[in-house]
Design a protein around this ligand. Structure first.
Ligand code: KG4
Ligand code: ZN
Length: 357
């Protein structure tokens, strides 16, 4: 196999990321986070995201090339970019820059679905060729779960590049629930890291929070009921907080986190039992959660199906996962035929699976 060097760009949300891969190995993965900018607003402001992507993108491209040792565009075989799903003004910046780079340097352009990136992120290798996730190889059919700030979905993959949706959230994404509950309790943004940290010292049995959709015989999720339940509790909690923060908040965070993890796990286990994939792969920011990882691992051990998680840095948005998808597309020569015409697709989705078990 010849060495294929790809420069990949992801600006789908609030991280400007540029990576350089050699085949499936990550040579550089630059992520410039906008957390400090959006923190003030308690969530992502699309136009601020666009402005920041525009400010950062060229610096990220240069740093990725430099850090990878590839250094010049003439040593690349292709440019890759996320074209959806995501925030339109944010996607726009990466797509426009990738088109310019491909045309200026006479390189093929590969357009990547961000969700395929999350699903395949467990198959990223470091520069020495070792998988970050500890997986030994890709086996199909596989089942994927993406759990992030924008998505919560279970995906069935018969083979590489062939995906359909078994289930998804009907309202908020799991990460969004973490972010909103953290905001209600004035704990900071993004909520996932803060809540999981506080939850470590808490008792998850202290508060009885709902697991919406748990008993519905499908593979869909809902987190808005849990969020509303938390909202009802907020005033009460806040009153007690001044004196009892040390006890209440960790217990509440642990109880909330347990409700999210159980809601996700019940559906994923049900789907895995029904479909019997060769492996289950998880991706997205919420999959960095330590408690979730240990609970998923022990549940899957019981049913004898291997489950894998990305390296911690590959859970949240990054361009390395986009470069990996692009490498597989490169092998099939799946290039954009008319580069100037490529447009972002903010609401890009996998098709629904036809046969349901
Ligand atoms: O994949 P990602 O970077 O962005 C999207 O594509 O949305 O995921 C970000 C989300 C945020 O909602 C954040 O609160 C959540 O992932 N997150 C976590 C943890 N780390 C990040 N949620 C739970 N536990 C964590 N340790
Ligand atoms: Zn994402």
């Amino acid at each position: 196999m010849p060495k294929i060097n790809i420069l990949a760009i992801d600006t789908s949300c609030d991280d400007t990321s540029v990576a350089v891969l050699q085949n499936d190995r990550v040579l550089a993965n630059i992520v410039s986070s906008q957390i400090d900018i959006h923190k003030e607003w308690g969530g992502i402001v699309p136009n601020l995201a666009r402005r920041e992507h525009e400010r950062m993108i060229d610096g990220c491209v240069n740093s990725a090339l430099k850090r990878s040792g590839i250094k010049k565009f003439s040593a690349l075989q292709a440019i890759a970019v996320t074209y959806g799903p995501g925030l339109a003004p944010a996607l726009q910046v990466g797509v426009a820059r990738a088109k310019e780079l491909a045309l200026q340097n006479k390189l093929p352009l590969i357009a990547v679905n961000h969700m395929e990136g999350h699903i395949l992120s467990v198959f990223l290798k470091n520069s020495k060729g070792k998988y970050y996730s500890g997986v030994d190889k890709m086996k199909f059919p596989l089942m994927g779960m993406s759990i992030s700030g924008g998505h919560t979905e279970i995906v069935w993959a018969k083979k590489l590049g062939d995906y359909c949706l078994l289930g998804q959230t009907l309202d908020d994404a799991a990460g969004e629930a973490f972010d909103k509950v953290a905001r209600m309790l004035d704990l900071g943004y993004p909520g996932g890291q803060v809540i999981s940290h506080l939850a470590k010292k808490g008792n998850e049995h202290k508060y009885d929070l709902p697991r919406p959709m748990k008993n519905k015989p499908n593979y869909d999720f809902s987190f808005s009921g849990l969020k509303t339940a938390c909202l009802y509790n907020t005033n009460d909690l806040k009153k007690q907080l001044k004196t009892k923060f040390a006890q209440i908040i960790p217990d509440y965070c642990a109880s909330f986190q347990a409700a999210v993890i159980e809601s996700l796990l019940v559906k994923l286990i049900r789907a895995a039992r029904a479909y019997q994939p060769k492996m289950v792969v998880i991706g997205g920011g919420v999959s960095a959660n330590t408690k979730l990882r240990s609970q998923f691992r022990s549940a899957f051990k019981k049913i004898g199906i291997p489950v894998y998680f990305p390296g911690k840095k590959m859970c949240t948005d990054n361009a390395a996962m986009i470069g990996l998808v692009a490498f597989h597309k490169y092998k099939k020569q799946e290039f954009i035929k008319n580069i100037p015409k490529l447009d972002r697709d903010p609401s890009l989705v996998f098709k629904q699976c036809i046969s349901r078990k």
